[in-house]
Design a protein. Structure first.
Length: 191
């Protein structure tokens, strides 16, 4: 029961103190679940991030659900998911009751300007952590660099191309590389 409460409280803190959605939460999830509590390994965090990105639903919720399930099964998944969702839900519910007046408060408007900057920093922090811990293989590094360049070009020139297309292209290239490498290894061992 102690671990279930810990899952709920840990993800409640992440959900309560993180603005900007799932990507901003990744850095805090990594810090709490990998570094401090060691509920999952960094490789698992990388895999969760990739899988959570490609499945329906918010990335942070998918991550919380996985960590909770790994630690305590279904009840752990429910506790972690409820922990990450409830604070945001309560805050949004309260704000929606007073939305017109809430956004007119000068200090709130200024606070949200600062929060936008902090969200950007949290997203960059999550990306830098993942890049630092990524296995340094030439193909993976090349794909990462090409994807970053393509995303910059798409954003700078305002092309209407979904990032999902880049994810699919990376998957196709990775699969092609895998099958070509398998074929070459098999052909080399037959000689």
């Amino acid at each position: 029961m102690n671990l279930i409460a810990d899952l709920f409280l840990t993800f409640s803190k992440i959900g309560l103190f993180t603005f900007g959605g799932g990507y901003a939460m990744l850095s805090l999830i990594d810090d709490s679940c990998v570094s401090k509590k060691q509920w999952i390994t960094h490789d698992e965090m990388m895999n969760i991030t990739v899988i959570a990105e490609s499945t329906p639903g918010p990335i942070a919720i998918n991550c919380a659900t996985y960590v909770g399930y790994k630690q305590k099964g279904l009840i752990g998944a429910v506790a972690a998911t409820a922990g990450i969702v409830l604070p945001s839900f309560c805050i949004i519910f309260l704000i929606s009751m007073f939305l017109d007046r809430f956004l007119e408060i000068a200090w709130v408007a200024h606070a949200f300007r600062g929060i936008k900057i902090a969200v950007g920093i949290l997203i960059v922090d999550a990306a830098v952590r993942m890049i630092q811990k990524m296995k340094r293989k030439p193909v993976e590094i090349t794909m990462m660099i090409l994807a970053c360049i393509l995303m910059l070009i798409i954003n700078v020139f305002s092309f209407r191309i979904s990032s999902f297309i880049l994810v699919l292209a990376a998957a196709v290239i990775s699969l092609a590389y895998f099958f070509i490498r398998q074929y070459l290894e098999k052909a080399g061992s037959e000689r």
